[in-house]
Structure formats: C-alpha cells, structure tokens
Design a protein around this ligand. Structure first.
Ligand code: SF4
Length: 642
C-alpha cells in the first residue's frame, strides 16, 4: 500500500512577476503615469469645466496662459487646452484601431509561423516580407483617397499594413520558446497545437508583445497626427492634434506658443509609449533571438508486427541536422517494453538514450527526425500518428517526465489550474470536477498540502515539489507508459529517494510501464526489472538487471558499473570514470564503436560489423568476446576523473 508522506513546504522565494518588476522601475512608473493622465484627461474632457473646443473669441486671439485659458488660445481665440483634450480622443482612438488590427492579425499569424514551421512558416514569412516592402504612408494615402470619409476603415487597413513587423517579431519570440521543456511537456501531455499556441506559447511571449504593442501605438498616434496634418481624418472645426499643428504652422511667425503646446503633448505621449515599451522589454525575459531550425518530414516507419509487448521498438534510426550535415545519433535500436514492466536505458551523456525516449514519445526536437525503423504501441504505428491520434497517444498512452521539472511547468499558470487544464483535456468533466481531480492528483504524488501547492506558481516550488507536480501532470491522463528522463538528476540527494519511491509506488499502484532514462545505475537498480545499455547510438548490452549487475558480458557495461559509487567510497575523491570520450556522432569508423576505449580491444574488433549476440537466458551483448566475458568478466582499466 502506498504510504502518504507529509512534505514540509519550503517558504517560496520572493520572485517578482513582470508587472511587479515593471512597477519597480521609476521610468516605467513615470511613463505609465503620463499616459494615464493624458488619456484620462482626454476621456474626461466633456466633463471638465473648460471652454468648448470650438468656442471662438477673436478678442483673445493667440493669448498666453491665463486663469480662463490655462494653456492660452489659438488664432481664433479657441481654448488650446480644450482643443488638445478633445483632439486627443480621435488621436488615441484611431491609434487604438491600428493597434487592434495589427495585433489581431500579427499575433496568430506569427505564432502559427513560429510554432508550426514548415510551409506555414514559409508562406506567412513571405506575406510578411511583401508587407514590409510596402511604402506604408503612400499606401495609406491611396487607401484614404479610396475610402474618403471613412477614416476608421483607412486606419484598420493601416493596421493591416503594420502587422508584418508584429508577425516577424512574434515568430522570432515563438521560435525561441517552442523547444523549451514546458512546451515539450505540453505536447507530450496531449495538448493540441492550437491549445499550446493559445495558452502556453502566448503566455510566454506576452512581454515581447507588450513591447511591440507600445511601439505600434506610438507609431499609430504619429501616423494619425501626420495624416490629420495633411488634411485627412476629422475635418475642421473638429479638433485633432494634427489639425492643431497645421493651424500653429500658419501663425508660427506671430506666435510659437500654440506649436509648442501641441508639439509637447504629442511628443510626451509618444515618448511615454516608447519608454514604457523599453522598460517592459527590460522587465521581461527577452526571447527575441530565436534560431530557425529545419523541420523535415520523417521517413515512413518500418512496420512492426503486433505482439504481446506494450511498446516494440524496431531498428530505430534517428538523425540530427547539425552544422549543415545530417548525423545519425541513434543507429538501429530494437527493444520491447512489456505491460507494467520497468526498463532502464543506461549510458553516458551523448549515447542517444534520451533521443530514443523522445522518439518513442514523438517529441524529437525540430533538428531531429526518424530516418528508419519503427515504434509500435499496442496496435498503433507510433511514427505514423498525426493529428488527434497523436495527441491522444501523447498524454493518454505515453507520458514524459523531464529532468528539469521547473522548466517543464507552464510558468504563467498556477499549479492547480495547470493540472485541471490537463484533466479536462483527457476527461469530459466540469471545471469544478477538474479542480477536484487536480487536488487528488497532487495528493497521489504525496503532496499533503495540496490546496496550498495548487495555488502556487511553479517558481514558488522547490525542485522536489516541482518534480512531484510534473509527475502528477504526467499521470493525469492515466498513461500506460511513463518515460522519466533523468528524473532525479537535477534534484538534491536528499530529495532523490523520495521521487524514486514515488515513481515505484505509482507504477505498482497503476500497473503502468516505466522507461527510466538515466546515467545512474543506482536509479535503474532501484526502479527497473531490465536494463538496456547504449553506447554511441547503439545498444551494446541488454538483459535482466540482476544478470547485468553480476554478470555483464560487455566491457562498456562492466566499466560503467565500476564507476558506480560504492558504499565505502571516499566521498572527498572524484568518482572514477571511463578513460576517453564517447566518439562524436557520425565519427565512428571502427566496427566496434567502443574499441578506442576498450581495454581488451583486438585488431579484429575494428574490422567487420559486430551484431548483438545472445548470452545467457535473456541477455544480449554487442561484443566479439561476449561468451568469454559472460563466463569470466574482464577488469577494465579505469582512470580517475581529473
Ligand atoms: S568487440 Fe572488441 S573492442 Fe568491442 S567491446 Fe568487445 S572486446 Fe572491446
């Protein structure tokens, strides 16, 4: 029976949100205050005790500031303050139309281009490039001549012309975050691309969007004023800022005051918007610098015959594009995972074990693609799944727990909301029921203060607590296979055992299969029935764990086990490591990829293909001397890690 532990909740670190960080910047506060005062005064103008904007008093033509006219008058004796405030309403209003249209078009198109990539990206980027080449001012004047009297229609079309920069910037921001772990986690949780884009991606790029919005608003005001100055838009005597500047130009030789007043208000409004944009940029993470990566079509998968295995991987080959060339990082990997079985994928970093796990979960990064082989999950050809079946496979059949729990939890959602969101994705339940199930999930991962944790944001959790939440999210869809990729590597030693206990008890309780990806034999020993050892993209040995631990038949497995810390190890000394490095993918020339590090290598080891051979009952080894090693394991020469 599962034991429930009460976990002491750590005091959350006082991490400030973007708004809080923004409000701590004096420039941001000043800019926001200026905008608030100017826009607020414009909106309140009809209710203020000031003369009407069109009240003419020729006796007071071009008068300076006075108690009756706080900012003086123009050449017709009209109150400048009143005309500024009433004239600000159309300036901000039309700028708002430009802003709304450009964002309403630019955000979805930019997100689609950045997230979906492929022909979506090419088509949208081409449209954006064509839009960027348009002379906006000339096009706007042409549009105004067509839509004479319908200034708001012209402003909406100006918004269309101004959306290409939004598309490009949003696309760049999305590319920068689309391969972050929390997006992968959302994909493997079974969320559709539309949901991921609308919730996870959009929430992550809100900072850059605010920057873009302030710049477009500033440009919109400048355009509106410029067009009014040229005689477009509301016609005299209705006040506009552009019209006021036009009037001021006519009397510039007699008085500079009207020009000064109109110019200063326009300048501080535009300046406040741009300063606010800059401070938003500084207060939020700046993810504008994304690297475009190629997404290419996956090769047709190898048919895998249905069998008793839950997952059958056959001759899997995965390639990555790097530095302009394609490199095979997983080369002909085959294995099965039975229902309820716990299997460990073991090896040093760079051996391809995480790539195999990601290929099974169908979350390879954009630079990677399967170029051969197949994966079957029950009766499904996994590599051929697309659309809804793929979404149901991820999350419903297979779930993934990543090494970095903090990076995989959606940063803008409270833990309870995030889990409820996943629950509703997998089950037709009401919001209230989903929230109740979210709390139940938190209790299932042995979080005693589920209500408190449910109200927290991921950044308010400790590493161990975040990993429990990540596991809760993974099991929300009741998967038949849970893949845990180095689930304890990023955690303190004191927390690791708790997470391993949790994974083991959940597996026993639910009967789900586990695929544990780890470089740590202790983790695999604790959780797994069987282990698969990988080296340089190939399986070098596999078998029941108890057989491998006492009777390994490959020098690499033996060397890895020798590096395992012993109970009596001197903790002050570095752990032993295997001499040499894993050869870079694509650089293997010898038949045995381990030959340059193998202490018993012979010339014959480098000459012809070395297959996996059966040794013992359920053990396979890719070594020419597997039989001899199975009988009498060799001592591998190890060097101390410097
Ligand atoms: S085939 Fe030769 S080089 Fe390769 S692991 Fe076996 S003994 Fe070592």
């Amino acid at each position: 029976m599962m034991t429930t532990r009460s976990l002491a909740l750590p005091r959350p670190k006082p991490v400030r949100g973007p708004f809080s960080r923004l409000m701590r910047r004096p420039l941001a506060v000043a800019a926001a205050s200026v905008l608030f005062v100017v826009i607020g005064a414009c909106l309140m103008a009809p209710f203020l005790p000031i003369p009407g904007p069109n009240e003419i008093n020729l006796v007071r033509s071009l008068a300076g500031p006075s108690p009756e006219h706080l900012l003086g008058t123009d050449q017709l004796g009209r109150d400048l303050l009143s005309r500024l405030l009433f004239g600000g309403i159309p300036s901000f209003g039309y700028a708002g139309i430009v802003l709304f249209v450009s964002l309403a078009l630019g955000i979805p198109l930019g997100i689609c281009a950045g997230y979906l990539g492929g022909w979506w990206d090419r088509a949208i980027a081409t449209i954006a490039d064509i839009g960027l080449a348009m002379p906006v001012l000339i096009m706007t004047i042409v549009i105004l001549s067509v839509f004479d009297g319908l200034f708001w229609v012209a402003m909406a079309l100006l918004g269309v012309l101004m959306c290409p920069p939004v598309i490009r910037n949003v696309r760049g921001a999305v590319i920068a975050v689309r391969h972050e772990n929390f997006v992968d986690a959302a994909r493997v949780a079974g969320l559709s691309p539309v949901r991921i884009m609308a919730t996870h991606i959009l929430a992550r790029i809100v900072g850059p969007l605010l920057v873009q919005a302030t710049l477009i608003a500033a440009l919109g005001i400048s355009f509106t004023v410029g067009l009014a100055f040229l005689g477009f838009g509301p016609q005299p005597p209705d006040p506009t800022w552009g019209g006021m500047i036009q009037d001021a130009v006519l009397v510039l030789s007699r008085s500079q005051w009207p020009m000064f007043v109109a110019g200063v208000v326009l300048a501080i409004s535009v300046l406040a918007l741009t300063v606010l944009g800059d401070t938003v940029r500084e207060a939020t993470v700046d993810p504008w610098t994304g690297v475009s990566r190629r997404r290419r079509k996956t090769e047709p998968s190898l048919p895998v015959e249905p069998g008793s295995a839950l997952v059958a991987v056959r001759d899997l080959k995965v390639e990555y594009s790097a530095g302009g060339r394609d490199v095979l990082v997983v080369d002909g990997v085959s294995f099965d995972i039975g229902p309820g079985e716990a299997v460990g994928l073991v090896g040093e970093s760079g051996c391809g074990k995480s790539t195999v796990a990601r290929a099974i979960a169908r979350i390879l990064p954009a630079a990677g693609r399967t170029v051969g082989g197949g994966v079957r999950f029950r009766d499904q050809a996994v590599l051929d799944l697309e659309g809804k079946p793929l979404q149901s496979y991820r999350g419903g059949s297979v779930a993934y727990v990543f090494q970095d729990p903090m990076g995989t939890l959606e940063p803008s959602m409270r833990v309870g909301d995030l889990l409820a969101h996943i629950v509703r994705l997998n089950h037709r339940v009401s919001r209230a029921e989903a929230k109740a199930r979210a709390l139940e999930l938190l209790r299932r991962v042995q979080i005693a203060d589920a209500e408190v944790v449910g109200r927290r944001y991921p950044h308010e959790l400790s590493g161990g607590l975040a990993q429990r939440v990540a596991i809760a999210r993974a099991i929300a869809g009741e998967p038949a296979l849970l893949i845990a990729d180095e689930p304890t590597t990023a955690l303190d030693a004191s927390i690791r055992l708790g997470i391993l206990d949790l994974l083991r008890s959940l597996q026993r309780e639910t009967g789900m299969a586990l695929l544990i990806v780890s470089h740590d034999w202790d983790v695999v020993d604790y959780l797994c029935d069987r282990a698969i050892v990988m080296y340089a993209g190939q399986i070098t040995e596999s078998g029941r764990l108890e057989d491998l631990l006492v009777n390994s038949a490959h020098p690499y497995t033996h060397a890895l086990l020798e590096c395992r810390p012993k109970a009596d190890s001197d903790r002050s000394k570095p752990l032993p490591s295997i001499a040499g490095q894993v050869a870079a993918p694509g650089s293997h020339r010898a038949a045995c990829r381990f030959s340059d590090r193998c202490p018993i290598a012979k010339p014959v080891c480098t000459q012809s293909h070395i297959p996996l051979v059966q040794v013992g009952v359920d053990q396979q080894s890719r070594c020419l001397f597997a039989e001899e090693l199975y009988v009498a394991p060799v001592s591998v020469v190890l060097t101390e890690r410097i």
